[in-house]
Write a protein that binds this ligand. Structure first.
Ligand SMILES: Nc1nc2c(ncn2[C@@H]2O[C@H](COP(=O)(O)OP(=O)(O)O)[C@@H](O)[C@H]2O)c(=O)[nH]1
Ligand SMILES: [Mg+2]
Ligand SMILES: [Zn+2]
Length: 302
């Protein structure tokens, strides 16, 4: 004889949550108790915090291939901006927004670079901050994630394979593109191709209307410039000489763009790893050119 048992259906459990909230990044609906968006895996805390302010935050994207220095740059940038006494300041909203700067600065203090950003979107660090500018009496909400380079290029090669990156690229109000200055210096054309590919893709997924394409401000930053000093003297001239393809794409397709150079380490050494490879270790922390691209971007967005 069979005995009946009661099984709660998934759909019935969902019905208990009558309220829905739209993900801040992909704008798809989620239940109120979701931690990460079920469509794109962006943290739902961003949507909850944004809802309390009534205005949609501005979104910046930091882009570039894996190993270009996105994590180190963003961690240092957020830390420097949060400690400034005057002018443009940044303050974190929620403890999770401090994690990126905390892990970066803790690693540098141990004479290490932070570990590689995982590929899974739910393991990325997102910073949700308030910008305090002398011009605006009210703070401006800003969201900036630290994404993985492999995931970014997978999305560029196979559009919509990473929904979160697709949404981020379409929704972002300003873009920081990092280019490895040391690789360009050594004559590698890979960086030039990578960035051209990225910018062409960015141009295609531009915000809302077609007229708007090319109006989005793009700050192009030569990273690790501490290892190639000539970047600092004239970043635009450096782009023209070492990355001519990229330079031309910027002239033709992005009305608002500017080249910058940035470096976090003052001096680096190489250490042999157990696997037989070499690992770069920062001997000194000497940030240069970190804040300027961000300030320029903010000026052009708000
Ligand atoms: N010399 C120097 N090396 C850097 C700098 N930033 C990053 N690097 C090197 O680049 C590696 C990758 O940096 P990371 O920020 O993790 O790159 P991401 O994959 O783009 O996030 C680090 O492990 C360092 O070896 C810098 O400012 N100066
Ligand atoms: Mg990273
Ligand atoms: Zn989403």
């Amino acid at each position: 004889m069979n005995r009946g048992i009661a099984l709660e259906l998934d759909s019935y459990r969902l019905a208990q949550h009558v309220g829905h909230i739209a993900c801040l990044i992909c704008e798809q609906g989620n239940t109120l108790d979701a931690d990460v968006c079920r469509h794109c895996f962006a943290p739902m805390i961003l949507a909850h915090q944004a809802q309390s302010q009534k205005v949609n935050p501005i979104i910046f994207a930091a882009l570039g291939p894996s190993g270009v220095g996105k994590t180190v740059y963003l961690g240092m940038l957020l830390d420097m901006m949060s400690r400034r006494p005057h002018e443009l300041q940044v303050s974190a909203r929620g403890g999770f927004s401090v994690t990126l700067q905390q892990t970066t600065l803790a690693a540098l203090a141990r004479c290490e670079f932070p570990s590689k950003t995982p590929n899974e979107p739910d393991r990325w660090n997102w910073a949700h901050c308030q910008l305090h500018t002398p011009r605006n009496p009210l703070p401006i909400e800003l969201v900036i994630p630290d994404i993985a380079g492999e995931a970014l290029f997978q999305e560029v090669d196979h559009p919509r394979s990473y929904q979160v990156i697709h949404s981020l690229l379409s929704r972002s109000d300003g873009v920081l593109v990092l280019i490895d200055g040391t690789k360009l210096q050594s004559g590698s054309l890979d960086e030039d191709y990578f960035t051209m590919k990225l910018l062409s893709h960015l141009n295609e997924v531009g915000r809302d209307s077609k007229n708007d394409r090319g109006a989005r401000p793009v700050a192009l930053i030569f990273s690790k410039a501490d290892q190639c000093e000539s970047c600092f003297d004239d970043p635009t001239g450096y782009a023209e000489r070492h990355a001519p393809g990229l330079w031309r794409v910027c002239q033709q397709r992005f009305r608002k763009h500017r080249f910058f150079a940035a470096g976090v380490a003052g001096a680096c050494a190489q250490r042999a790893t157990h696997g037989g490879g070499l690992q770069s270790i920062p001997l000194r922390v000497e940030p240069r050119g970190i804040v300027e691209p961000f300030e320029w971007l903010v000026e052009n967005v708000i």
